[in-house]
Unconditional design. Structure first.
Length: 416
């Protein structure tokens, strides 16, 4: 329930048992607790003979990249991603830059309570190398031409990507407005960034910009905004990217991906494969099916040819480049209409008991039968709260709203 320095030490020490090259790269976002947790994980690794390369404040995708680039056993990110400043977490990437699987997570947990130490002559080294982040930014800009002529607004959420984004955009454009671009442990994700896209919309209109981008605290997700101030979500970003990807037969989305998006891809001969909610599950299906693109409506976008995880900075640069090369505004690159979608979160006492109710299952099937191919219904448990999430989408918004309310009422009845 609490992520303490002691627990972080044990996590690092446990991870050290699975290191063969005895080398791990670590980074953190701008949260106040990032220093002590990062050093605690580092100490746990060093104590059992692992050399740690600390690159300082760094985005999640940059650590995934450096894990591969530096030939490390693992990459560790201290970040709570899009969550408020008081939270924090630990993400671990394997040697290929992918989030570790659940089997290894379980193995690490099993060894938490039995720390191992080496004698003084066999302990690991601590190397502070923030300059290594240049290899990540160089990789992003190496094939990107100037995007001068586009006015861009970038909201950096006071998070991990502030310095990286300045480095990248200032090399390819002379007209970028950066906001919330000071790494701050107290202000990260605080009424800014990808979770508050309405701010980005207002700024794009204020500065009369051509395009806007907002990242979350660790910059593994992105929300875009067109020249009219309209928010462009992950589905629409994937659709735009698919137009400029060669030989693409499938894209991986999630159970939340919009039906309108799915039908638009079908018209182009592209199959939408749905994964469970979570970028880890998206990437697993991408690897299994050989899909070059994948992502979530929330903005985790994976370009398989270039990254092994969601990368907001990479996707932002790609979208800006597409607008520049095509000569089209972002709004003109989206030529489909998403189905209206209604989402309701219902607080309950026992979410799993209600989800297993025959009455609820029967009603969900009944609604889907009524919707036919004109809509979808999805009812699922929240992963972190005692809530059931209801999603209905339909070509007619009134129909989606009515059915979502019916399901909400039924869930409240079953909750009594």
């Amino acid at each position: 329930e609490e992520l303490t320095p002691s627990l972080a030490f044990k996590c690092g020490n446990s991870l050290s048992r699975f290191c063969y090259n005895k080398k791990v790269v670590i980074g953190r976002d701008s949260r106040t607790s990032g220093d002590i947790l990062s050093l605690s994980v580092t100490n746990g690794l060093i104590d059992n003979g692992v050399t740690v390369i600390d690159v300082g404040i760094a985005s999640t995708p940059s650590i995934a990249f450096l894990t591969r680039f530096l030939d490390c056993d693992y990459g560790v990110v201290i970040s709570a991603s899009h969550n408020p400043p008081m939270y924090n977490g630990i993400k671990i990437f394997d040697k290929d830059g992918y989030k570790i699987n659940e089997q290894l997570e379980n193995e690490i947990e099993r060894k938490l309570m039995i720390p191992l130490s080496q004698d003084y002559d066999k302990i690991g080294k601590y190397l502070y190398r923030p300059s290594y982040l240049k290899y990540y930014t160089e990789d992003i800009v190496k094939n990107i031409q100037s995007i001068d002529g586009l006015k861009i607004v970038v909201d950096l959420a006071n998070g991990a990507c502030c310095k990286l984004a300045h480095n990248v955009f200032n090399r390819i454009s002379k007209d970028v407005v950066f906001v919330n671009d000071k790494p701050s442990g107290l202000k990260i994700n605080d009424r800014c960034g990808a979770l508050y896209p309405q701010n980005l919309s207002s700024l794009v209109k204020k500065y009369n910009a051509d395009i806007g981008f907002a990242f979350d605290g660790d910059a593994d997700r992105i929300i875009a905004c067109d020249e009219n101030g309209k928010i462009v979500d992950g589905d629409e970003i994937l659709y735009i990217l698919s137009k400029f990807e060669e030989n693409i037969s499938s894209i991986v989305g999630t159970t939340l991906s919009n039906k309108g998006f799915e039908l638009a891809l079908e018209e182009k001969g592209i199959k939408l494969i749905r994964a469970d909610v979570g970028d880890k599950y998206v990437i697993e299906l991408m690897r299994k099916n050989g899909s070059p693109l994948g992502g979530e409506p929330s903005g985790h976008i994976i370009i398989k040819s270039h990254s092994t995880t969601g990368d907001g900075l990479l996707v932002a640069v790609r979208l800006a480049q597409i607008c520049k090369m095509s000569g089209k505004k972002l709004s003109k690159l989206i030529d489909y209409t998403p189905f209206p979608q209604v989402n309701i979160n219902v607080s309950v006492v026992d979410k799993f008991r209600i989800l297993n109710s025959e009455k609820l299952t029967s009603e969900i099937l009944n609604i889907q039968k009524q919707f036919k191919n004109n809509g979808r219904v999805l009812v699922r448990a929240s992963g972190t709260e005692n809530k059931i999430r209801v999603m209905c989408e339909h070509i007619n918004k009134g129909e989606a709203l009515a059915k979502a309310k019916d399901l909400e009422n039924l869930i409240l009845q079953l909750n009594r």
